[in-house]
Design a protein around this ligand. Structure first.
Ligand code: ATP
Length: 243
C-alpha cells in the first residue's frame, strides 16, 4: 500500500532521514521503533509531506505522492495522529471529532456519513461518548489520546499513522491504547505506528523497522526483532520520556 524508496529528508539541509526504505502492506500493522532523535517523527511527517524530502520517492497505492501537498495526502486517506495529540483544548470532544471529519465533508451523503463515523468512534471509545460535551483540555492524558485517535478515525483513513501515542501515559493506559490499535488492525485497517516503547509496539506489529540516527538498522517480523538479543542490547532499551 505504501512504499518508501530511499528517502532522504531533514531540516534546513541537515539530514534526519538517510536513504530510508520501507514497505507497508495493506491490512498490516507496521511498527517503527528507535530511541529519541532516531528520525521517527520525521518519517511520519515526511510521509504526510509536512517535512520536504531531498531525494527518494514515496508511493501510495502505486501513485507517487512525493510532490503532493499535506492536504492532498490527507485527501488520499493518509491520516496522522500527531505527536502530542494536537487537540483543540477549548473545544468539546464532539467538536474535536467533527474537525477530523473534514476530509469527508464534501461528500453528497455527508450527514449520513458523519453519523456513521461518529457512531463507529463512540462505539470504539465509550469513554468519549460519556464525555461528548466535555472540553478536550480538561480530560486525562489517556482520554485525550483516545480523542486524538478518534478524530483521525472520523476521516475514515486508508492508512493511519500514529506518532508516539504512548507518550506521557501510565502503563495501563498505554495497554488500552495498544488494545484499540490491535482491534483496528483486526478490522482491516492499515497502520503505521511509531514508538519508543519498542517491545510493546513490536509485539503488536506484523512487521517492524528499527531506526537509529536517521537510518533503518534492522527490519523483520515484529516478534523476531523484539527477541533478537543484539537488537535488544543496542537499540531497544527502555524509552526515555520526553514531551
Ligand atoms: P523523538 O522520539 O524524540 O520525537 P524521533 O525519533 O521522532 O525522536 P525526530 O524528531 O524525527 O526523531 O528527530 C530526528 C532528528 O531531526 C533529530 O536530530 C532532531 O533534532 C531533528 N529535528 C526534528 N525536528 C526538527 C525541526 N523542526 N527542526 C530542525 N531539526 C529537527
Amino acid at each position: 500500500m505504501l512504499r518508501i524508496e530511499s528517502i532522504t529528508a531533514g531540516y534546513n539541509k541537515s539530514t534526519a532521514l538517510d536513504r530510508v526504505s520501507m514497505t507497508i502492506n495493506q491490512g498490516t500493522l507496521v511498527s517503527v521503533v528507535g530511541a529519541n532523535g532516531a528520525g521517527k517523527s520525521t518519517l511520519v511527517n515526511t510521509i504526510s509531506r509536512m517535512v520536504p524530502s531531498y531525494s527518494g520517492r514515496i508511493l501510495f497505492e502505486d501513485r507517487d505522492i512525493t510532490g503532493l501537498k499535506p492536504a492532498d495526502v490527507v485527501d488520499l486517506g493518509i491520516v496522522q495522529v500527531p505527536e502530542g495529540r494536537q487537540l483543540f483544548a477549548p473545544l468539546t470532544v464532539t467538536e474535536n471529532l467533527r474537525l477530523g471529519f473534514h476530509r469527508l465533508a464534501r461528500r453528497p451523503d455527508t450527514a449520513a456519513k458523519y453519523a456513521e463515523r461518529l457512531d463507529y468512534v463512540m462505539g470504539l471509545f465509550p469513554r468519549l461518548a460519556e464525555r461528548a460535551g466535555q472540553r478536550a483540555g480538561t480530560m486525562s492524558g489517556g482520554e485525550q489520546q483516545m480523542l486524538a485517535v478518534g478524530r483521525a478515525l472520523m476521516a475514515e483513513p486508508r492508512l493511519l499513522m500514529l506518532d508516539e501515542p504512548s507518550l506521557g501515559l501510565a502503563p495501563m493506559v498505554v495497554d488500552q491504547i495498544f488494545d484499540i490499535l490491535s482491534t483496528l488492525r483486526k478490522d482491516g485497517l492499515t497502520i503505521l505506528l511509531v514508538e519508543q516503547h519498542a517491545d510493546e509496539a513490536l509485539q503488536l506489529a506484523d512487521y517492524g523497522y528499527v531506526m537509529a540516527v536517521g537510518q533503518v538498522r534492522a527490519e523483520g517480523p515484529g516478534n523476531d526483532l523484539r527477541t533478537d538479543p543484539a537488537l535488544t542490547h543496542s537499540y531497544l532499551g527502555k524509552p526515555t520520556e520526553t514531551a
